[in-house]
Design a protein around this ligand. Structure first.
Ligand SMILES: [Zn+2]
Length: 388
């Protein structure tokens, strides 16, 4: 028996998903619920014979994960994507970001590459399977808030919801298998000194001069960080630290009372967010000790752990075989490290292109659809059916 086919075709599905706005953003005025996308995917998956769970995400009001499953038993395969998109700049678009436009063999729309386009491709493959053929668990996971706080993936971790023992995240990798990415941490360092008239340095404590010393100290720390480890799988094979913004003072004739510095650290697999953050804070606190300056820290966002799935993992090997090339790294963060912390061997492999994600005129190449369908089909056959 072939699964029920009463779901729309791939293009129509994608058009429907693109038309359902689901921006997630740490700025509350731009943030939206993802419920409509989850409900729509749920409806189609139910139609295909999947069991459905809609999981409210406690720390993010109006946000939900969708967990759909076919097959029974332990382990199994997870096909995962996020339902949210980044905010959009409508004035820059040549097309309506919420209407799928086909032009020059590309499908334009907000989230086509990153990554609503993954779901219709998966559903289109499932249409060809009989639900009875799915003998081992096959999960379709649709998460929320990947673009902002990763609240959806974190909720799975808090609930200890290990789904399968392997996962594919369909983030845009141009059909290349990816088994690693760096982690990310941000930090704001605020130095508080004392303002006073510029004519007499003894009247104040200059926070800007203090920050100059902090920057030099952190540059030394960066050298030590980079000497600790190298990983040639990355284009930039060491950890990086960027001085992104600095704000301080209000007038040339006043001693600078406050100065804020924001940094971004991209660290290698094997390094962890909180120990690194603690090191940065310790460096700064040691430096300002006895200067009369005080310091406040803010993490800006909780950070993203690094991903590294062993190249020996079965799913990495199989993905390499299907894609015809070795697994590599990407320069963006994903929900992968949360999944690996739940015991799932996770790869990132999807049809879109990260270069057009988070940009105006985002698109998905039509030519990427069939190769991605083939990869998904082979993965399901390999891991969730008896006719490998
Ligand atoms: Zn994405």
């Amino acid at each position: 028996m072939i699964m029920n086919k009463r779901i729309p075709g791939l293009i129509e599905q994608l058009n429907t998903l693109i038309a359902l706005p689901s921006v997630s953003c740490i700025q509350p005025e731009l943030d939206m619920s993802n419920r409509a996308v989850v409900d729509q995917l749920g409806e189609w998956l139910e139609e295909l014979g999947f069991s459905m769970e809609i999981m409210p995400v406690e720390e993010a009001t109006g946000k939900y994960n969708l967990i759909a499953v076919a097959g029974k038993g332990e382990g199994g395969l997870v096909l995962s994507g996020h339902t949210d998109t980044v905010p959009y700049d409508e004035t820059g678009w040549d097309f309506d970001p919420f209407k799928l436009t086909e032009r020059d063999n590309r499908l334009y729309g907000l989230g086509t590459s990153d990554m609503k386009g993954f779901f219709p491709i998966v559903l289109d493959v499932l249409r060809d399977f009989s639900i009875k053929e799915i003998s081992k668990p096959l999960y379709i996971l649709a998460t929320c808030d990947e673009e902002s706080t990763m609240a959806g993936a974190k909720a799975l971790v808090s609930a200890e919801r290990a789904l399968g023992d392997m996962a594919i995240i369909g983030e845009p990798t141009c059909l290349k298998p990816v088994n690693m990415h760096k982690g990310i941490l941000y930090e704001t360092i605020r130095l508080n000194g004392k303002a006073g008239h510029s004519s007499d340095p003894g009247l104040g404590i200059n926070a800007l001069e203090g920050m100059n010393d902090v920057i030099n100290r952190l540059k030394d720390w960066r050298v030590s960080l980079q000497q600790r480890a190298q990983n040639d799988k990355f284009k930039v094979p060491f950890a990086t630290m960027n001085f992104g913004t600095i704000n301080g003072g209000d007038s040339p004739n006043r001693i600078c009372g406050h100065c804020d510095l924001r940094i971004d650290v991209r660290f290698l697999p094997g390094m962890e967010i909180e120990p690194l953050r603690a090191e940065i804070r310790r460096e700064v606190m040691e430096l300002i000790d006895g200067t009369g300056l005080s310091v406040e820290f803010d993490r800006i966002f909780p950070g993203v752990p690094a991903l590294e799935t062993p190249v020996e993992a079965n799913i990495v090997k199989f993905a390499e075989k299907l894609a015809g090339e070795p697994a590599s790294s990407v320069a963006f963060g994903t929900e992968g490290p949360y999944f690996t912390s739940l015991g799932m061997d996770t790869i990132v492999l999807g049809p879109g292109n990260i270069d057009v994600a988070h940009q105006v005129n985002e698109y998905l190449e039509l030519s990427s659809i069939e190769p991605m369908k083939k990869i998904i089909r082979e993965m399901i056959k390999q891991y969730c059916t008896n006719n490998e």
